[in-house]
Design a protein around this ligand. Structure first.
Ligand code: MN
Length: 239
């Protein structure tokens, strides 16, 4: 049986076609899988479990249906949906995993991350991440009225687009030393992550031992799925 990994779907009411692609994927391929791992940025933005819309409702229904069929669903927060909470996870029947979890995938200990913590050259982003992951910051943000939270998210997105265009590509990609440090710290030889939207399978020299870093693709134009079965890996695009 196949274990599936996806990330960076960026689901949003403004792009209903991709939500349909995702729901079809859940009903079809994912329904026959051993497990589904969602490595962050399932949603384009998440301003609180109390701010759901028809997109988040449809996604929760689809994932809960998967759980009912006996397919476990695991979720690691991304930088867009880091505020997704226990209430929504319960509704979607998915298990929240910490960023940097190790799972056994057909006998291979595999490190799973969203990937943003590996982009250590991006100092302004890392500063915002530290601030916005503090429990006090999150409590204060979630206590603000919905309209204020919506306005904050829209502004953050616009600034992110401007910023990403203004800096060199290397800044927003992972730092190689951070990758090696993560593999070494967790004593694994395989890492799967998303975030950078640069799907690839990289060989990594880990102190003379071959290791690998698999990067998932985003769902802006089409679906992207990593299938893992034994030692076999395959990245697949979904129309
Ligand atoms: Mn991301």
């Amino acid at each position: 049986m196949t274990t599936l990994f996806i990330s960076d779907l960026h689901l949003d009411a403004s792009r209903p076609q991709i939500t349909r692609t995702f729901v079809d994927f859940v009903h079809d391929e994912a329904a026959r899988a051993k497990a589904l791992y969602i490595l962050g940025d399932l949603f384009e933005a998440w301003i609180g479990d109390d701010a759901g819309d028809e997109t988040s409702d449809a996604v929760a229904d689809a994932l809960a249906g998967l759980h009912a069929r006996g397919v476990p669903v695991f979720f690691i927060h991304g930088n867009r949906d880091f505020l997704l909470g226990d209430a929504y996870a319960r509704r979607a029947r998915m298990t929240l995993l910490p960023d940097g979890s190790i799972v056994d995938v057909d006998g291979e200990r595999t490190l799973l991350m969203h990937g943003d913590t590996l982009c250590t050259d991006d100092a302004p982003y890392q500063a915002f991440r530290t601030q916005s992951h503090a429990p006090e910051w999150q409590r204060a943000f979630l206590a603000r009225p919905l309209e204020q939270r919506r306005a904050f998210a829209a502004q953050a997105r616009a600034e992110s687009v401007r910023y990403t265009r203004s800096v060199a590509d290397a800044i927003t990609d992972v730092n190689d030393a951070a990758v090696v440090a993560a593999l070494r710290a967790h004593r694994v030889r395989r890492l799967i992550h998303g975030h950078t939207h640069r799907p690839a399978q990289h060989s990594v020299d880990l102190d003379g031992v071959p290791a690998e870093r698999v990067v998932l693709g985003d769902w802006y134009e089409q679906g992207s799925v990593l299938r893992c079965c034994g030692r076999e890996f395959a990245m697949r695009r979904l129309a």
